[in-house]
Design a protein around this ligand. Structure first.
Ligand code: AMP
Ligand code: ZN
Length: 114
């Protein structure tokens, strides 16, 4: 756990959230400011500032993030498609510096993203 990290505090249940999935490696919760009808954040319990701070030994956990996103999308019947997004660094729009994968679904998405 990293001191003063919002998402570490959510994992430790020191800050309330709507947790939708938990296992020993990952936790997932509803985004407080949803950008789509489904907007879930999936995080490793291990604190990484961003994807740029991940190392080769983190391969399994990074793959699991995507597979849990697919599982949650199936459970929510996101049959028309969904999007997973990982913003890495301020220039990409990252605002919380604990690595997280966004799962967005339930509306049409344009390309390229803004
Ligand atoms: P990013 O901009 O990729 O770093 O995404 C951070 C996300 O965290 C944003 O979509 C915020 O709406 C979301 N967020 C910030 N604070 C909270 C919170 N307390 N509970 C749930 N989601 C949050
Ligand atoms: Zn953290």
């Amino acid at each position: 756990m990293s001191a003063n990290c919002l998402f570490c505090k959510i994992a430790a249940k020191q800050i309330p959230s709507k947790i939708v999935y938990e296992d020993p490696d990952l936790f997932a919760f509803e985004d407080i400011n949803p950008q789509a009808p489904t907007h879930i954040l999936i995080c490793p319990r291990k604190h990484f500032k961003s994807l740029a701070h991940a190392a080769p030994e983190d391969q399994a956990i990074l793959g699991k993030l995507q597979l849990v996103a697919a599982q949650l999308a199936r459970e929510r019947n996101l049959l028309d498609g969904y999007r997973t997004v990982l913003n890495s660094g301020e220039g990409a729009g990252q605002t919380v510096f604990h690595l997280h994968l966004h799962l967005l679904g339930g509306r049409h998405f344009r390309w390229p993203p803004g």
